[in-house]
Design a protein around this ligand. Sequence first.
Ligand code: MG
Length: 277
Amino acid sequence: MKNTVIITVAAVAVSMALTAQAQGQKKNIEVTINGVAGFQDTPLEPDGKWHVHDPARPQPPVVTPGKTFSQQATPPSDAIVLFDGKDLSRWTDRNGNPAPWTVEDGVMISAKSDIQTTNKFGDIQLHLEFKEPVPGKGEGQGRGNSGVYFMGQYEVQVLDCYHNKTYADGSTGAIYGQHPPLANACRPPGEWQTYDIMFTAPRFEPGGKVLSPAYVTVILNGVVVQNHQAYRGASNWKSPGKYTPHATELPLALQYHSNPVSFRNIWVRPVPLVDEP
Ligand code: MG
């Protein structure tokens, strides 16, 4: 019986390897440089300087945030409140089923899968608060990982980078896989942290060509970590980013990445397009 199981497992492993080979996928080798694990055999970023998730890319400078910034900020009168501590009625999983996250003591905690809003958005101002688990468990990308996905695909990274090194383009506040944050402004795990983010949706020509990219300005705990930074496309693991034309409004999503990350006080204001000079 035991032998049969081993042979079956081996057969599955071989067939998976063959499938990967047939599809031209290569297995990237993780390397560690100065205590940072990452990759140097992934595609190059378009500037040709760094590989995606390159551990040699400089770490963002640590900036200690002020004691308070926008914790418990009350929403403006025209905001759409996505989570006020009560329930997940504004959220589903990626397939439209009930959101599988838990709600406890006014806080929602990531579990099982990504979730997305029932509303669809284009350009928005977002306020969101998150708290990393205590004690911090895991290292690098395995420590308190989640993420904010604008239009379901343009990620601003959520991670516990307080005394936790990871590749720069995957740090807290990174446009994942593309642009490191300008600073590491993380609070310790167990403390509420704030994101105040302005996101501008990409525009596509009728034929699908990118007319203007997506942009994001990110304030983490009162510190600007992205300043009107352009996305190079949807963010993905080991990908330098790629645009695929899509609708002008899509749901906002939050990532589940095997770690229980807490969220509270989430609201957005759709921002109108102003063409005035
Ligand atoms: Mg993430």
